[in-house]
Ligand binder design. Sequence first.
Ligand code: GLC
Length: 736
Amino acid sequence: MKKLTFISCILLGGWLSGAMAADKTQPVYKSAKAPIEERVNDLVGKMTLEEKIQQLNQYTLGRNNNANNVGEEVKGIPAEIGSVIYFDADAQLRNAAQKKAMEESRLGIPIIFGYDVIHGFRTVYPISLAQACSWNLNLVEDACAIAAQEARMSGVDWTFSPMIDVARDGRWGRVAEGYGEDPYTNAVFGVASVKGYQGEDMSDSKRVASCLKHYIGYGASEAGRDYVYSEISNQTLWDTYIPPYEAGVKAGAATLMSSFNDISGVPGSANYYTLTDILKKQWKHDGFVVSDWGAVPQLIDQGSAANRKEAACQAFSAGVEMDMMGHCYDRHMAELVKEGKITMEQIDDAVKRVLRVKFRLGLFDTPYIKETTEQERFLLPQSLATAEQLAEETIVLLKNEGNILPIATDSKQTIAVMGPMVKNNTELLGSWSGHGRVENVLGINEALDEEFAGKANLVYADGCDFDGEDTSKFSEALETARKADIVLLCMGEKRGWSGENTSRSIIELPAIQEQFIAEMKKTGKPIVLVLSNGRPLGLAKVEPLCDAIVEMWQPGVPGGKPLAGVLSGRVNPSGKLSITFPRSTGQTPLYYNQRKSARPNSGKYQDIPSTPLYEFGYGLSYTTFSYGDIKISKADIKRNEKFTVEIPVSNTGKRDGAEVVHWYISDPFCLITRPVKELKHFDKQLIKAGETHTFRFEVDPMRDLSFVNSNGERFLDNGEYYILVKDKKVKVTITD
Ligand code: GLC
């Protein structure tokens, strides 16, 4: 009897597992238990050409929040559409559109909803350029996870972020959106963002797919203008612009966005070498590439394609799987297939890539989002706390003559607070602030009133506007300043002066602001300049007029509160610049990892020093740190041998402070010239007053000392290298 039961259990188990897997009642692609690749292949095998082509298109949905016309909005999109850019933030419209796709299309393929969640969804945190100044990867990952939670719960499955374009020209408005001038910095913050957005499993209802953008070299747009030519040799492509993307792809980024710029004659959205040779063949990326908005038809404007059909053929053949709002694929792809210019094999590969991401997001099994209240989704206490801590850590103290800061609060000083940023909370949101709302932003004035209540006497005056020529309020400001012990000038840029299509010919503050600062200087009062801006500024004229300068960037919802904490001393600033501040526009481009000069002591400008005003990695603290000497575990190393360098850093001041140690390498001579130095590691530690922390870096020579050639082949030469921290360095010799 026992034997019979045992055998029957085996047989029954086998039948059940087979039945569950095969589940004859529904096709494999609808079975949540089947492996994703089986579901992808099963579905593609069932699709018609038209259905396949529709998956390669992205339209828009929900340009307004009027829930009454949900039906109208949904009517505008075909049930078979692959993706929409979703401008709304509630479940109704999204679920209505998804219902159409799931129930009115023949195969019920869910839509993937994308949106620009760049630095927060509703809990907007600092712009990316500022985030990098925190040098706090965990905090940035946490912030991206919050953005993902708010976005996914609002109907967005896919964010067009992180932007990891190395940028060295402050005239380019989009320098605000990336992590600065350095390849390594963009790589590690890009990876932190991908992890925060995607987590371990994108099907989680609080994660989203990421999108590395803009692939590639967009930050090299000529003269800081937007959408234009970028002169990028293959050598520079590999050693400067590729590292962040290679890191992001290896971190599992689901998608990439192809760029607008013309890469040395081949536009980023028609570039087979970058989009297929490198991305697909070398890196084996198995997600998909979406074009930037209209980048496919723009190949006509760029002189690459003669018409929309040719543009579709060029972009798709190069490796752009999805056409964002270009209406080239939907109108011409079928013809191109019939004419044999595009093969069905190419179409199937592209569709599989799109479906693969949709399966990984869990959209087939959970196509609809739960209807939740705004209170359940947005501005949660922990979200606000994370945004505030990140904003605090992005603040960079650029100057503090005579330690005028923090402002003493034991003597009820009178602080005159002026400038266009004081009450303009909207500007503090920064560009690409999505669903951020000004009512959630704490203004600088409100924050100062709270911070200094009972500790100082605050007096306000407008002073001047962001730009223009109105000096009519100068006299009132002068009077106010004369009654004060210290003058706080809150200046900078409007949020609209950064972001897409916002290049400026100069990076200096507008003349009216410089003029106002000079006027205030005439009062003889100590001047504290606070800057909120989305690019490095040319401060040569105003720097000598100010006793202290605080770079607060565009902090998002935390608004003026982190700044108020720094001014009162509640927060000890720890930010370090992620981008060089030139003295003036004329020095642009100016960045730390430049190649060396043939005549290091010549070739200078006649009219200004050739050094930056504030260099990459610069930032002051309210305490002081003293650096010991670098110790190396072994100075003669075999090629495949790791070694460790370490440096003691002591807090020699009177208060605790966080210090960031940047570890650089230099290769003094190489068959392909190397930058003067290259950032390869950093670490941030809180060091208590009077204590010492030893910072360590385990160097992997092939990873950290090697260089690439113009084909992307990596080499490690024998010979001498240096490991540098600030002005300290230690030599290491590599031998076979
Ligand atoms: C824009 C931007 C890109 C953005 C996309 C969708 O043109 O270049 O960064 O993600 O369109 O809004």
